[in-house]
Design a protein around this ligand. Structure first.
Ligand code: GNR
Ligand code: NI
Length: 183
């Protein structure tokens, strides 16, 4: 098991379009396990492979209250089952600390394969439906901030760019302290 580093907006790698998984095998299952561990640790209710810089169509989700219902979705797709939309205040592990309302279809038909290659076909509503639409966007290089005004998106981008500069500075300082201690 391993925790995987999560890419953060505005990293251009989050804009890549992921490709279908051709063969579901041990490597796929290992990646899905690591993604679930990373998601639970964050903590989050979903994670797309794109967010850990693997540009394959793999998503993990757990919207249960107790966090004990992991789902692995491979090559997922969805279609709306209603024109009705629901607003939900979304967050994203790739856009840490920012939350805003996004309108999503309230009822969808999900198709995918599980980690054993078994086909999945089910209806989704509520938070599960929101999460599926959010994760599928990631696989297509899209983020929830793309639904916000340019003003809001730019403000978020500038704040995260500042955080990334400070994180890099802190990491450099820590490395220096460690090197001096070892010298
Ligand atoms: O943890 C997450 N919470 C969340 C809340 C509302 C709508 C979508 C999400 S998904 C997010 C984890 C994440 O970034 N998945 O890509
Ligand atoms: Ni996200």
């Amino acid at each position: 098991m391993a925790l995987l580093p999560i890419l953060e907006f505005p990293d251009p790698r989050l804009r890549k379009v992921a490709v279908n998984v051709e063969h579901i095998n041990e490597d796929t299952r290992r990646l899905a396990k690591d993604m679930l561990e990373t998601m639970y640790h964050a903590p989050g209710i979903g994670l797309a492979a794109s967010q850990v810089n693997v540009h394959q169509r793999i998503v993990v989700i757990d919207v249960s209250d107790d966090g004990d219902e992991p789902r692995v979705l491979i090559n997922p797709s969805w279609e709306p089952l209603t024109e009705e939309m629901q607003n939900y205040q979304e967050g994203c592990l790739s856009v840490p600390e920012f939350y805003d309302d996004v309108a999503r279809y309230s009822k969808i038909q999900l198709s995918a394969f599980d980690e054993h290659g078994e086909p999945i076909s089910e209806q989704a509503e509520g938070l599960f439906a929101v999460c599926i639409q959010h994760e599928l966007d990631h696989l297509n290089g899209k983020l929830f901030v793309d639904y916000l005004s340019r003003l809001k998106r730019d403000r978020i981008r500038k704040k995260l760019e500042k955080k990334h500069r400070e994180d890099a500075k802190d990491a450099l300082y820590e490395a220096k302290v460690k090197m001096e201690a070892e010298a």
